[in-house]
Design a binder for this molecule. Structure first.
Ligand code: SF4
Length: 396
């Protein structure tokens, strides 16, 4: 397919596809799906080989959030039955982190519910980061604490944080439909603050919330523009008790197309399959490893993932290998402060009018017959009852 050849060539050159080309990936038929995976897989292997980076979530503070994000099981007033607890102590967090690291993870993601940290919270998390770093040589630590105020990113960096996560989640145009208590601009501002403080910016999206293909392309282009180093792709977990509980919109095939589109737009960026992997990709999870170079090991913040051992077996069976601490995730050109001016100029070139004329190859393919509606798979959603905040051994 001309479209795929074009996208592979651009991906190998780190050149931004046109919006029409990105949309065309989302519009490919099931008949063409393996060709799409193979093409995006070439780009993935070029920049990341067959390595899979494992990340481990530690939920430092769960539930009780004053914000109203409609997709979130921890939102204000949600009756989702999730674990609710306040800040883990540094040793408790370090113990949870160590379980993930022993399971093969190289990055620990320290997450706390809430609009954003107070300065006291930043002190607390700084102590936790220092404890984890002292006890686990070579570990990467990412903090995810919500909207940052001036100076907080610098303090986290000073405490040893390597990265900061704050997702854009969806397009600017639809952001107000999913959250009223803060804005898309607030989120962009926090990603920029993290970047400016020298933290590696991690920012991603949630698909399956009822968005259009244009929304998905918009948010992925925005993430590339923000120069995120890692892009988590979440597939909505429609938690009972949240406003999006009825949004069962994703098929495994749709998830693969979304990941392929993200890979083509972000060829040399860590693309991470995040929440909803088991729920929506189901038996096609191994194919998704040809697109993403990073996953979460074990459980998510408030829901359970498949056993960590099953994650490792899947990676080995699919012919991939777990990335070790002595292997650097990002390609050489991205290691010193992102992709910088070279990549930036390519982005601008790709946005020039000549490139926006839809080539024949970029025309959306006619849709094949849609697969049967997936139907709600509430049987696959399990509230997390182990690991951080409990006395039960973690899944790692
Ligand atoms: S996504 Fe974060 S800010 Fe929004 S409701 Fe959930 S915990 Fe709160």
């Amino acid at each position: 397919m001309d479209l795929l050849n074009t996208l592979v060539d651009k991906g190998l050159r780190r050149e931004l596809p046109s919006r029409d080309e990105a949309l065309a990936v989302l519009a490919t038929s099931d008949e063409d799906l393996l060709d799409v995976v193979a093409a995006a897989g070439k780009v993935r292997r070029h920049w990341f080989g067959r390595r899979v980076k494992l990340n481990y979530l530690v939920n430092l503070k769960s539930g009780l959030c004053p914000e109203d994000c409609s997709y979130c099981s921890q939102r204000l007033g949600a009756e989702t039955g999730i674990l609710k607890y306040t800040w883990l102590k540094p040793d408790e967090a370090s113990k949870a982190a160590a379980a993930g690291l022993a399971g093969g993870a190289k990055r620990v993601c320290l997450v706390a519910s809430g609009r954003g940290p107070t300065d006291r919270d930043v002190d607390r998390v700084s102590d936790t980061i220092k404890t984890i770093k002292e006890q686990n040589e070579g570990v990467e630590v990412c903090a995810c604490l919500g909207l940052l105020s001036d100076g907080q990113a610098e303090r986290l960096r000073g405490a040893g944080a390597d990265a900061y996560n704050h997702n854009l989640n969806t397009s600017e145009a639809t952001y107000g439909d999913i959250t009223k208590t803060h804005t898309y601009a607030d989120r962009v501002d926090t990603v920029q603050k993290a970047h400016a403080a020298g933290l590696s910016a991690c920012s991603g999206l949630i698909s399956g919330m009822g968005e259009t293909d244009e929304d998905l392309v918009d948010v992925v282009f925005a993430l590339r523009e923000l120069d995120a180093d890692s892009v988590p792709v979440n597939f909505l977990i429609p938690f009972e008790g949240t406003p999006l509980a009825k949004e069962w919109n994703l098929t495994p095939q749709r998830c693969l197309r979304i990941l392929a589109m993200v890979r083509f737009v972000c060829p040399d960026i860590e693309v991470r399959i995040a929440g909803g992997r088991e729920l929506h990709l189901r038996t096609l999870q191994p194919l998704a490893l040809h697109l993403a170079n990073s996953i979460f090991l074990g459980d998510y913040l408030t829901s359970e993932g498949q056993a960590g051992k099953a994650d490792l077996e899947m990676i080995a069976d699919a012919g991939f290998e777990v990335e070790t601490t002595d292997q650097v995730t990002l390609p050489e050109h991205r290691r010193a402060g992102g992709c910088g001016s070279v990549c930036g100029s390519q982005d601008k070139a790709a946005e020039a009018p000549a490139d926006t004329a839809p080539a024949e190859a970029a025309q959306p393919a006619p849709q094949a017959e849609a697969p049967a509606a997936p139907g709600p798979r509430t049987d696959l959603v399990t509230v997390r009852r182990r690991g951080a905040g409990t006395d039960v051994a973690p899944n790692a």
